[in-house]
Design a protein around this ligand. Structure first.
Ligand code: MC0
Length: 141
């Protein structure tokens, strides 16, 4: 079902501070930046590797407000790994299969993710405390 690690989402207080650190440490470049109001984040995608099944990224996440998933996470735990995201070729089929097996889905149907992707979150409780996201990338990503 999974095609790659699409991204590792990292909660940060400030994109302006975090981006230069990741660029300096690893020579990564920002491939894309956007604000996703529905998810309550400003995000920057830094490309690590592009392969046959799509790209793998570090995703830096800054909350737009404290009362958002990333804002609450920062207040509770401080900066750090917020979630891991796996690529899937067909997110509708993946969600249907996970529903049959009884997994706790935060999103039962796909929502809008970065760069026009279709995404869905799975609850951390069912996956060893790791908030997990499935990503069906848009064409060309
Ligand atoms: C909360 N918890 C986490 C967690 N966030 N555990 C691991 N990783 C995280 N990121 C745990 C808390 O520690 C707590 O555990 C329990 O979940 C409830 O926490 P809460 O603070 O009361 O939070 P809830 O219940 O209101 O919400 C948790 C939930 C939420 C996972 C359902 O954060 C959510 O819907 N996340 C999915 C959306 C999201 O994260 N969007 C931002 C990224 P205890 O043991 O204390 O009960 S958007 C994104 O990344 C996009 C745009 C993209 O990739 O394209």
């Amino acid at each position: 079902m999974l095609t790659r690690i699409d991204h590792v989402g990292i909660a940060v207080a400030s994109l302006e501070e975090a981006i230069p650190r990741y660029e300096a440490a690893f020579g990564l470049k920002v491939a894309h930046q956007e604000t996703n109001e529905a998810q309550g984040v400003r995000e920057a995608m830094l490309l690590v590797h592009h392969g046959d099944t799509g790209g793998s990224y570090v995703q830096l996440l800054e909350p737009v407000r404290p009362d958002t998933p990333v804002g609450k996470f920062l207040a509770k735990k401080g900066p750090g790994i917020h979630h891991i995201a796996y690529g899937v070729a067909d997110i509708d089929a993946a969600l249907a299969a996970l529903t049959v097996t009884g997994f706790d889905l935060v999103n039962k149907t796909p929502v809008h993710g970065t760069s026009g992707s279709r995404i869905a979150f799975m609850h951390p409780k069912g996956l060893g405390g790791v908030l997990t996201e499935l990503v069906e990338a848009a064409e060309g990503h």
